[in-house]
Design a protein around this ligand. Structure first.
Ligand SMILES: [Fe+2]
Length: 248
């Protein structure tokens, strides 16, 4: 069984369209999203509309659950006062522009989805899909987290050797195997922060007792996305961050 896992789309419709085209060229059994469909770019309704129309199931990112519940902020991390200001500008803009239908759709997303690629009549292997971590969708599971942290999360999720836990939220892709459990951060479709501007997603293969993770990068019309941000009234910094892959 082969899955395409897409995360952190962040209302970047041109990036999602390019990733979707790329997925169609491959043999994929299922496409799932790991949340954060909206925020930072202007195509919130269009992105949610495309995900809904294609029937791509997925989980609630922090952006999705905070917008849906009118929380006071998006649950995003910021490292300085300007970042904090930008974070609030994006959140306020998004809340003012999502349609009631989009908000309802975001509110209906589950916290976690479990896949059993060999069928539910067998115990495993299990693929657990969450946005940030099995405990909270706001928790940043970065590559420098120690093995102990990964095992603690696996225990919380009820994962066993051979299982996979897939998540996003940090916008930086990585993978690691600890105690026979595979941990996969899928990176971001619409707002990568690893210095590579191209849209990122993961192909996860579970077959013949082996687990294979392929990090795919797809070129898209980033100029169109940047223009869309600038014309929307969102801060211009968000356009620059797309061009540099988060290094701006
Ligand atoms: Fe995100």
């Amino acid at each position: 069984m082969r899955y395409a896992l897409i995360s952190d789309l962040h209302a970047n419709l041109p990036a999602l369209q390019a990733v979707h085209r790329d997925i169609l060229r491959r043999e994929v059994g299922g496409v799932y999203h790991l949340g954060d469909l909206v925020g930072y770019a202007p195509w919130a309704d269009e992105t949610v509309g495309m995900v809904a129309e294609l029937g791509i199931a997925g989980v609630a990112g922090n952006y999705d659950s905070t917008v849906a519940t009118d929380y006071q902020h998006c649950g995003c991390r910021y490292e300085d006062p300007r970042q904090e200001e930008l974070s609030h500008l994006s959140y306020d803009w998004t809340r003012r522009h999502v349609s009631p239908g989009t908000k309802a759709f975001l509110g209906g997303l589950p916290f976690r989805i479990d896949l059993l690629p060999q069928g539910g009549h067998l115990a495993g292997p299990r693929v657990v899909l969450v946005h940030g971590s099995p405990t909270l969708n706001t928790l940043y599971w970065t590559e420098d987290r120690p093995d102990d942290f990964c095992l603690k999360m696996a225990a919380h999720a009820g994962a066993k050797p051979g299982d996979v836990i897939a998540f996003g939220h940090t916008h930086k892709p990585w993978q690691r195997e600890v105690g026979g459990i595979h941990f996969v951060n899928t990176g971001s479709v619409g707002r990568p922060k690893d210095g590579d501007w191209r849209a990122g997603y993961v192909l996860l293969d579970l077959g013949g007792g082996a687990t294979r993770v392929e990090f795919v990068r797809v070129e898209y019309d980033v100029e169109q996305a940047m223009r869309g941000i600038r014309e929307s009234g969102l801060p211009g910094e968000f356009a620059e961050q797309l061009r540099t892959g988060g290094e701006a």
